[in-house]
Design a protein around this ligand. Structure first.
Ligand SMILES: N[C@@H](CCC(=O)N[C@@H](CS)C(=O)NCC(=O)O)C(=O)O
Length: 84
């Protein structure tokens, strides 16, 4: 199913909630592009424009039809990744 989805995680390395998601990504071997909002201001701008918040982690989920969903909350993101 991940082949039909493009997953991107907006995060930064020293954020503990991001660490929780990053560990889950590693454990699951999930295919998720990491978008460090501290290292790249374009990513931070995208996040704020799309969600109205700069809170990380946030998972951007793009379907094969181009539909985009944004998911906040580390525990929700981990639970979601475990289902795909
Ligand atoms: N309950 C959230 C907490 C996320 C959170 O507090 N993230 C911090 C960084 S560690 C943050 O982005 N703070 C800035 C903000 O919320 O604007 C989760 O579990 O994902």
């Amino acid at each position: 199913m991940t082949g039909q989805l493009k997953l991107s995680l907006y995060e930064y390395p020293s954020c503990p909630f991001c660490g929780l998601v990053l560990r889950a990504i590693d454990a699951l071997g999930a295919d998720v592009e990491l978008r460090d909002v501290m290292a790249d201001s374009d990513y931070l701008r995208e996040l704020v424009e799309a969600t109205g918040r700069q809170t990380v982690p946030c998972l951007r989920i793009e379907s094969d039809t181009g539909e985009v969903e944004w998911m906040h909350e580390s525990r929700d993101i981990v639970a979601y990744l475990q289902t795909i």
